[in-house]
Design a protein around this ligand. Structure first.
Ligand code: GLU
Length: 472
């Protein structure tokens, strides 16, 4: 057996093939679905020190079966064409699974964000956007970027500003990018969205009595132990929401500087503040440092949540996994080779294309908000509030009993934007869970969640292609 690990793109292709074989779809159609439709590779200079440096960057549009195409932009020194292709492919399947009507895309800029000043990062982001505009690789109806590893709302604001300067007067310009700051055409709840979606996905599985019976686990989220790799946006919100809303316990966190462990639970909010000040998670009160950073993989817990980069659980360390469940908060954290080993051990893996789809789901809500030019809840909030108040007042009159002012406020509240976004996200994740689960139940030769999720996606993408008349 070779020791060389398969690439991330190969891994995505292997998983695709596995599902394609049992899909019953025609070969030509499958080949069209899996291919990356357009790959834009660019090089541009930025001033660095006394000279110039050439920056390597990409935007890949994987599938045009629906428009616009959609997916984040990654800033990392590991970016390469194949990685962006793999990520763009995953976006297509992800959108289909959560019924977000977009094709898949992804961008990547090969830079280590730590090595550049804010000013340089702004220049890189703006120049990258100019390149996208020039080639028609960005726009509300063509291709809509968003944050990913190494980028956030700040970069999205730069992208929008650059776009608007070049496309002056375009009515829907704000919808050219999502994940913007809330004060600049963004939406409440986008920052927490991926982590919140990971929580909903985990909760659905943990509350599934049949699944839990098969794993010999007690149903429910309360008291379940989790280990998180990566304390970026996704890992942080996953940890916060799993503990606050699910009553789960984060017993270990892994980051670049090492892995910390506390069987009694780690307060994520305090840990994030600690890391901001000390620039490390090591030494956080109550925790002990594990011998090696990689030790997070083998910790005994209920749910292992890789929330950093791809290929973190691979054929070299998969045997060490003791958790019964892995929830892929990152894109591609478990390689196809590792999955084979894990499935034999009976580990259940909730795949990335479902588990981390919360981000793009709320991006979809943001895009809709931008196109409609109105905030969610603006029309109905006060109307609902008044109607609920009248109802409660009537019940009080009829029963002769009064409820407290606090209870009344809670019962009569009209929905704000954040309430609607969370409700829409929760509904989306529950619906998708059942769609995947139904396929898993229906097809006797499909045992794992990833193949079932792929099949859900393939069916929808294939039917879109057919309705376009390309494949009769
Ligand atoms: N980068 C995120 C992902 O991998 C979000 C993409 C988006 O919102 O378009 O799903």
């Amino acid at each position: 057996m070779s020791h060389k690990q398969a690439s991330f793109y190969q891994s995505v292709q292997t998983n695709f093939e596995k599902a394609a074989k049992v899909s019953g779809l025609p070969k030509g159609l499958l080949a069209q679905i899996s291919a990356c439709n357009a790959v834009y590779q660019m090089r541009f200079p930025i001033k660095s020190g006394n000279g110039y440096e050439v920056i390597e960057a990409y935007r890949v549009q994987h599938s045009h079966h629906r428009l616009p195409t959609k997916g984040g932009i990654r800033f990392s020194h590991l970016v390469n064409q194949e990685e962006v292709m793999a990520l763009a492919s995953l976006m297509t399947y992800k959108c289909a699974i959560v019924n977000v009507p977009f094709g898949g895309a992804k961008g990547g800029v090969k830079v280590s964000t730590r090595k550049y000043s804010e000013e340089q990062l702004e220049k890189i982001t703006r120049r990258y956007t100019v390149e996208l505009v020039r080639k028609n690789f960005i726009g509300p109806g063509t291709d809509v970027p968003a944050p990913d590893y190494g980028t956030g709302s700040r970069e999205m604001a730069w992208i929008l500003d650059t776009y608007v300067q070049l496309r002056n007067g375009e009515l829907d310009a704000a919808a050219c990018v999502t994940g913007k700051p809330t004060g600049q055409n963004g939406i409440q709840g986008r920052t927490e969205a991926t982590g919140r979606g990971v929580y909903y996905a985990t909760r659905e599985l943990l509350n599934d009595e049949e699944e839990m019976k098969a794993l010999k686990m007690k149903p429910g989220t309360e008291g379940k132990t989790i280990v998180i790799q990566g304390l970026g946006n996704v890992g942080t919100y996953t940890g916060l929401i799993c503990t606050e809303e699910g009553g789960m316990k984060v017993i270990a966190v892994s980051e670049i500087e090492g892995t910390i462990y506390n069987p009694d639970g780690i307060d994520i909010d305090k840990l994030v503040k600690y890391r901001k000040k000390k620039k490390t998670i090591i030494g956080f009160p109550g925790t002990k440092k594990m011998a090696k950073r990689e030790d997070w993989v083998g910790i005994n817990c209920d749910v292992l949540i890789p929330a950093a980069l791809e290929s973190q659980i691979n054929k070299a360390n998969a045997k060490k996994v003791k958790a019964k469940i892995i929830v892929e908060a990152a894109n591609g954290p478990v390689t196809a080779e590792a999955e084979e080993i894990l499935l034999k051990k009976g580990v259940v893996i909730l795949p990335d294309m479902y588990a981390n789809a919360g981000g793009v789901t709320v991006s979809y809500f943001e895009w809709l908000k931008n196109l409609s030019h109105i905030r969610f809840g603006r029309m109905e909030k006060r109307f609902d509030q008044r109607a609920y108040t009248q109802l409660v007042n009537k019940v009080e009159d009829l029963t002769g009993k009064k409820i407290s002012k606090k209870e009344k406020t809670l019962l009569t509240k009209g929905a704000d934007e954040i309430d609607l976004v969370r409700s829409g996200l929760e509904e989306t994740m529950i619906q998708a869970y059942h769609e995947i689960r139904n396929i898993k139940r229906r097809k006797r030769n499909v045992k794992e969640w990833r193949t079932a999720a792929f099949l859900v996606a393939l069916e929808k993408v294939a039917s879109d292609y057919m309705s376009l008349g390309i494949f009769p």
